[in-house]
Ligand binder design. Structure first.
Ligand code: FES
Length: 231
């Protein structure tokens, strides 16, 4: 089996994420446009993590991003409450002239790439204008959580960015906080009992410990100003 096929993330009950298969790990920072809105991702420091490692899920480790067993000391409780329904069925679908936008709001990681140009929900109705269409494609593709997924209306083809199988440690300087684990490139996420979640090209896992949609991020890190101390 190739390394990529072995890659997976296992959610330990009230404990960390166990990452197997030598998944590369690096900081990913949200960087702004000149107007100050979320515009691009910039990769930062990489971590030598080895073939198997444990990432903090409770937000309390003194050795972030890795687990140091603080979840035991603080009595972390993080039950997996997320729906197992296919994301397609969790989403609302907004139809524009050339594309359809699927929106699973409960997965929002609050990265705000959907804001520039007047917000993607308004822009989807104007995709017959090429410059707006390009912006909509860009905004959906930059959404780390995969909350936003775009399809071509005529073919039904899903538009996905090419992402290598990696984990990003999200940093959000504009909000002065750290964000979720950005799981990229179709790495399988499963519960401790082996039941997998839908495999996706983009998803975000909570690492601040307070999401109400565990194991996924729901943007709560922004309200508590979660800090991982890495930048
Ligand atoms: S990291 Fe986003 S809600 Fe915890």
């Amino acid at each position: 089996m190739t390394e990529e096929k072995r890659m997976r993330i296992i959610v330990h009950p009230n404990g960390p994420y166990r990452v197997v298969g030598g998944v590369p790990l690096a900081i990913q920072t949200i960087t702004p446009s000149k107007e100050g809105e979320s515009w691009d991702w910039v990769q930062g420091r990489s971590f030598r993590a080895g073939p198997e490692y444990f990432l903090c899920r409770c937000g309390k480790s003194a050795n972030k991003p890795f687990c140091d067993n603080s979840h035991l000391n603080v009595g972390f409780v993080g039950p997996e409450t997320a729906s197992r329904r296919p994301i397609e069925r969790q989403s609302e679908h907004l139809e524009g002239p050339t594309h359809v936008l699927s929106d699973a709001e409960n997965l929002c990681a609050f990265a705000r790439f959907c804001d520039p140009g007047g917000k993607i929900w308004a822009l989807i109705g104007q995709t017959d204008r090429p410059e707006i269409r390009d912006l909509v494609i860009r905004e959906a593709a930059h959404c780390p959580a995969g909350r936003l997924v775009l399809r071509e209306k005529s073919t039904g083809k899903v538009i996905e960015p090419e992402l290598p199988p990696t984990i990003g440690l999200v940093e959000d300087p504009a909000l002065q906080c750290s964000g979720p684990l950005w799981v990229r490139g179709g790495i399988r996420v499963e519960s401790a009992n082996g039941v997998p979640y839908e495999v996706r090209n983009r998803l975000t896992l909570c690492r601040c410990g307070v999401s109400t949609n565990m194991p996924f991020c729901n943007g709560s890190h922004a309200s508590i100003r979660f800090q991982d101390g890495l930048v």
